[in-house]
Design a protein around this ligand. Structure first.
Ligand code: SAH
Length: 303
């Protein structure tokens, strides 16, 4: 999974209608704006530290960062922007709208300094999972008919790579202060089950079909993430569904303002809100959690 996704992301921009999948920030500016508003509010309540930085893990096209930072800049935040991104193709696209950002291969290379405001939207789901059947790791083997799993049965997934990333975020927040917002699709509690999936051209594809040519993701185990982040002592907020959180943070008010400004967009904006918040769309499967240092408040809507 790791090798496939490294190649996959390194060789293309997978986002949008012409790509393989679409994410919330690519659906609407309102998504990033709400995140920016939540972070700006945290930053203000933390005393508006001038040395705070904005960081984003897996920023895609940089769209979420543009929308979030527009709101944060308006609130007075003037800090630096750091992107954790391995794909050279996506880095180039990010550079077009964030010329002054700094890029990193991993969280460890963020420069030391002030408090961190970190965002990770659909980042963890792309990090590799392992699968176990009866306690033995499931492998992919080459057969005369092509790639195949070495056995079937009841699958349990875990992810040392995600665990490590969550621990690192927790340690960074502990050390420098700040807050991290994680948005992803997944489940609230650790449970057995196979969630690995392949997506290509906006449709599910056979898992082992075209390694490196289709997006591999697995549900995020938020319980595992939270327990790893909390190892260093940071606080973990409640887990709230994306739909509920966006509504609590006033996506309806934002949509109404945009509709007032462009009445001809009324139907489009209403369907966008529905796509981001509706239970059968992204609203229920996608979830939001924050990690924050003792010195920083929990973001609004997650207290
Ligand atoms: N957050 C964006 C993009 C999500 S796609 C959005 O919501 O639109 C996943 C992102 O994570 C891509 O930018 C991809 O290149 C990046 N990524 C995947 N694996 C990574 C890794 N191991 N380290 C850093 N970035 C990674």
């Amino acid at each position: 999974m790791e090798a496939c996704n490294d190649y996959y992301y390194a060789t293309r921009d997978p986002l949008g209608a012409a790509g393989d999948f679409t994410t919330a920030p690519e659906i609407s500016q309102m998504f990033g704006e709400v995140i920016g508003a939540a972070l700006a509010d945290c930053w203000t309540r933390a005393g508006a530290p001038a040395d705070a930085i904005y960081a984003e893990a897996g920023p895609g096209r940089g769209t979420l960062a543009s929308d979030a930072l527009r709101v944060m800049r308006a609130a007075g935040f003037d800090g630096a922007v750091h992107f954790i991104e391995t794909s050279p193709v996506l880095r180039e696209i990010q550079r077009q709208s964030h010329a002054d950002a700094k890029w990193h291969d991993s969280l460890e290379s963020l420069p030391p300094g002030g408090p961190l405001m970190l965002v990770a939207n659909e980042f963890f789901d792309a990090l590799p999972v392992r699968q176990f059947i009866d306690g033995i790791e499931r492998r992919v083997v080459l057969t005369p008919a092509g790639l195949a799993f070495d056995r079937d049965g009841e699958v349990v997934e875990d992810s040392p790579v995600r665990d490590e990333a969550a621990r690192e975020i927790g340690a960074l927040l502990d050390e420098r202060g700040g807050v991290a917002l994680v948005i992803d699709y997944g489940h609230a509690s650790t449970a057995p089950g196979e969630t690995l999936q392949a997506v290509r051209g906006h449709a599910y594809a056979p898992l082992l079909h075209k390694p490196g040519e289709q997006d591999l993701t697995a549900h995020v185990d938020f319980e595992a993430l939270a327990s790893q982040a909390a190892v260093g002592g940071v606080k973990v907020t409640r887990l709230v569904s994306q739909g509920e959180w966006l509504k609590r943070l006033g996506i309806g008010v934002r949509a109404a303002a945009l509709t007032d400004a462009s009445p001809e967009r009324a139907a489009e904006l209403a369907s966008t809100v529905q796509r981001l918040t509706g239970k059968s769309a992204m609203g229920e499967l996608f979830k939001v959690v924050a990690f924050h240092s003792a010195s920083w408040p929990a973001p609004a809507g997650l207290e």
